[in-house]
Design a protein around this ligand. Sequence first.
Ligand code: AHR
Length: 500
Amino acid sequence: LSASVTIDPAFVVGPVRPRTFGSFVEHLGRSVYTGLHDPGHPTADDDGFRGDVVELTRELGVSTVRYPGGNFVSGYRWEDGIGPVGQRPRRLDLAWHSTDPNLVGVDEFVRWCARAGVEPMMAVNLGTRGVQEALDLLEYCNVPSGTEWSDRRRANGAEEPYRIKMWCLGNEMDGPWQIGHKTAHEYGRLAAETARAMRMVDPDIELVACGSSGSQMPTFGEWEHTVLTEAYEHVDHISAHAYYWEEDGDLASFLASAVNMDHFVDSVSATADAVRAAGKHTKRIHVSFDEWNVWYQKRAESRPPSGDDWPVAPVLLEDRYNVADAVVVGNLLISLLRHTDRVHAASLAQLVNVIAPIMTEPGGRSWRQTTFHPFALTARHAAGEVLRLAVDAPVQETAKFGPVPVLDAVATHDTETGGVVLLAVNRSLTDDVALGVDLRGFPGLRVAEALTLSNPDHSWSATADDATSVLPRTNTTAKVADDHAHVELPPVSWSILRLE
Ligand code: AHR
């Protein structure tokens, strides 16, 4: 097969936003306990946080981390997680049928963020709680001093306020599984009133209203319309969540998952703009795609414990990702970048152990899953402006999405260095794609690096014993001549081409 793309510096979508490369840590399974936090681990710091996980988080290039949930936040009492660790209560976590020992709370999490060099993104509980508790947490975090909660923070060791910017108004409130699940009207009113009051405490915060938990939700579209009709003037972003997995061996549809993500962002943007027009608003609402990933939801590891069993940090949602999963993750990032004009933040769900690029053994080794690599390379090298491409590629039939192009790609242009980065996937199950790239808008560029992630056996997964035998490798076919690049992309592959 052959395909071509034209890259031109004039076709700017918008800036590459660091917040596109966010992630997510929930009190769920072994994400916090034995993931981030493992006091017996040889690399643990005074808070009990693993140094090896901090290093991997930095290497992954994560910009923001959303916390503490997820479904967990809808039953969470944030006050349980402050003060002397030995005096904190153990609580039932109804979302994941677990016990939370509250060894990690907001103060520890903010210290972890500082170590990992990431921006915290905090979620408030609008499931079992409401305006007042959200205000208390905001006061604890962002008010300098002289009030009950700000002085409690200072007494707990943090003299300076945390000045957390990004705040999520609850989590997936459209989902019947959510503790305190609400109708769109109920939630829209609560989100608006919570947001209005939170801004009275701190006018500089950015607020994210809950959108749909997936485009397959029966209320998708209607939910966003109703919530934004209530809350438009009070919020900045509407959230989107999407998980993809290979169902019934249908790899072609799975590889085309970004088609759904494109549709999701376009639909939510159109809905927000319709509310903008009807309400005579002037500002625009942006999308916070604050949960996205591959997640095999039907596997046994995704089922919470039941009955009398309320374990601490059970093994939950510990998907092992193969090469095809990594290709899809790379493609989803291409979709997010392509929508940089509307998607102003995103979070790979999640960071450690739970549907995560980083895995740990309690007290032992940590390693990178296949999905780590496209994320880390994109976060490291995508810079400057995102460019819209003209793509000409053959199509392949998929059961879920009909005919889809075998090639998907996006490019970024660093206007300071002049460098161009092309990110591309070949979704064909069987054929190489010979890709030609018209670079006449960028005379004189040369290949600085070309890496491709693929494997004849795309079901290969990393383990603690072997996390390195399949890595992105130099693609020796990449060449530039006469301002045209050429590269061969193997089937089921993700590639990055850096031109300087
Ligand atoms: O990320 C796992 C779960 O997926 C989150 O708790 C929830 O928000 C979503 O349904």
